[in-house]
Design a protein around this ligand. Structure first.
Ligand code: SF4
Length: 351
């Protein structure tokens, strides 16, 4: 069992209830040198992911299987596989859902066109869009009504970006990096505003905004940060420990934008040996060669038991001291989607 110390504000035992995977290879010989883990806090589930996952669980409890979910409810393989076993059916689009069935919209949000397609198919929808994504949708719709050209900083093809752009496709241009700013074409350089995907790198987004402002000095800002609190807090925590570790381990799925950003942020902050894994058994012993301190964090869609498995895997290889480094404490939570709140009060759920 790893020994936990807490140099900051909160003590925890991150290795409690650890389960061993039978597929894990025999650990290499343990030396006498003290080895430790620095565990970032905050990490893992954000309020929007928690709400979305609970929404599918409640829908299954209330209505029974199957409950259809458009796209992955959150970008985490383990979460999706677990819900699938409980009766959730994940589909790419509304036309795969039988007429009249229940369909959950994922935390990443959907465009008005998708909402209309669900209505046309007489689907009973539950909207698990994260309220912080919904906020960006409202901004896009408002700026379009005001006739502004909207530069949406984000990754083309990501579900959240598709949903936000779909609020005003004729006004939105997607820009993925500072290098792409040069291809932006606007109708009136004095009427341009930027908004962003919620899960981007804070620093890279600022570079893109700076580049946009060079081209359009009158560029308008959104009224508040679009990169959400959870994304920002996890990046701050990773930066804090990246300077002090030899290797950084980020738990999260390959399609999780905020998890992939954590790997990039760790590398930029001074840990070139930064890796992303879905599960502990994916960690190669070669990655740990010569390391005295390993940093561990997880993306906003990652359940804590997967982090505990990683910490235990490291403990089995001699990293027995765990120090949790807390850069901020989060206490945000969101109420369930209104369709489920109504159903729990006994009111028939709206479609
Ligand atoms: S990462 Fe941010 S925007 Fe995405 S679900 Fe979590 S809180 Fe919402």
């Amino acid at each position: 069992m790893a020994r936990v110390t807490d140099s900051t504000s909160r003590a925890s035992d991150p290795t409690a209830n650890v389960t061993h995977s039978p597929t894990v290879a025999d650990p290499p010989p343990v030396t006498n040198a003290p080895k430790r883990v620095m565990l970032a806090a905050p990490r893992g589930y954000c309020a929007g992911v928690d709400r979305a996952v609970v929404a599918v669980e409640r829908a299954l409890e209330l209505y029974g299987a199957p409950v259809y979910v458009r796209k992955e409810i959150v970008h985490n393989k383990h979460v999706v596989d677990t819900l699938r076993k409980r009766g959730a059916i994940f589909v790419d689009d509304t036309d795969e859902v039988p007429q009249g069935s229940r369909l959950v919209f994922s935390a990443h949000g959907v465009s008005p066109a998708v909402r209309q397609a669900a209505i046309d198919r007489d689907l009973r929808t539950i909207d698990a869009t994260c309220p912080l994504v919904a906020k960006v949708h409202r901004e896009a719709a408002r700026f379009a009504r005001e006739g502004l050209d909207i530069v949406l900083i984000g990754h083309e093809g990501h579900e959240e970006v598709e949903g936000t752009a779909g609020e005003a496709p004729e006004y939105v241009q997607i820009v993925g990096s500072p290098a792409e700013v040069d291809r932006v074409v606007v109708r009136d350089p004095s009427k341009v505003v930027w908004i962003s995907q919620t899960t981007l790198s804070v620093d890279e987004t600022q570079e893109t905004v700076d580049r946009l402002r060079e081209r359009f000095p009158a560029l308008m800002d959104p009224p508040s940060d679009d990169i959400c609190y959870a994304t920002q807090n996890r990046q701050v925590a990773v930066k804090e420990i990246a300077r002090q570790v030899d290797v950084m381990m980020v738990v999260g799925s390959a399609n999780s934008s905020n998890s992939v950003r954590l790997v990039e942020v760790a590398r930029q902050a001074g840990t070139p040996r930064a890796y992303r894994v879905d599960y502990a058994e994916e960690i190669s012993d070669q990655w740990l060669e010569g390391a005295g301190t390993v940093g561990v964090t997880s993306g906003a869609s990652v359940p804590e038991n997967l982090v505990r498995d990683v910490v235990q895997h490291l403990a089995d290889r001699g990293f027995t001291t765990v120090e949790e480094v807390t850069t901020t404490v989060e206490d945000l939570s969101f109420t369930l989607p209104r369709e489920l709140r109504a159903a729990r009060r006994g009111v028939p759920a709206a479609s």
